[in-house]
Design a protein around this ligand. Structure first.
Ligand code: URA
Length: 205
């Protein structure tokens, strides 16, 4: 018979999940977004990074973390000794939620219902990838992964297991670093973020 791929035969492939998600109407966010932003990265990645939702740039490009938050994430991963291209990058919510203000589309936070409905896709991604480690970038990712609200600041740098048993490393969202006005504070927080990301390597099997 035909050769088996050797991957988890019971789980739909990431490509098939993405095709399914193109038609997602679980919540209303698909209506105003340009396109679905599903994920990026190898299907055999050991590390999954989970953001909040695509921003303006990601919505136009159809790829996660290609805008300002992505640039600082890339820099910090590099400083932490992590190769971005070896990671699977995805978001808790897969369509851009925004408010139109004149010509600008201003980021709008996804609500609990949108997070919960979109978490079905995230769960399916994890069940395909079976990663060694999941990194929650901020509160929305953490809520999507755990199915409940958990404080980022009290738990950052720690591991918390998802209901499905995947270990989650808790840290901030990189866009938080872009909002800090004081240069010294920003440098300190950036250093803490790099320090959190550097823990990734210690959790790989
Ligand atoms: N912020 C996110 O959380 N995800 C992206 O893909 C881009 C910005």
């Amino acid at each position: 018979g035909p050769a088996l791929s050797g991957e988890h035969a019971e789980a739909p492939s990431i490509a098939a999940l993405r095709r399914q998600a193109e038609g997602c109407e679980r919540c209303d966010l698909y209506k105003n977004a340009t396109q679905l932003v599903f994920s990026e990265g190898p299907a055999d990645a050991r590390v999954v990074l989970v953001g909040e939702q695509p921003g303006d740039r990601e919505d136009l490009a159809g790829r996660p973390f290609v805008g300002p938050a992505g640039r600082i994430l890339n820099e910090c991963l590099h400083e932490a000794g992590i190769d971005r291209s070896s990671c699977y990058l995805t978001n808790a919510v897969k369509h851009f939620k925004f408010e139109q203000r004149g010509k600008r589309r201003m980021h709008s936070r996804p609500n609990a219902g949108e997070i919960q409905r979109c978490a079905w896709w995230l769960g399916a991604e994890l069940d395909h990838l079976h990663p060694d480690l999941v990194v929650a970038l901020g509160a929305t990712a953490l809520m999507a992964l755990l199915g409940r609200s958990v404080a980022v600041t009290k738990n950052r740098g720690d591991l918390i297991a998802t209901p499905g048993g995947y270990p989650v490393l808790v840290t901030i969202h990189p866009s938080y670093l872009l909002r800090i006005r004081d240069r010294e504070d920003a440098a300190v927080e950036r250093g803490r973020f790099v320090n959190d990301l550097a823990k990734i390597a210690t959790h790989l099997r």
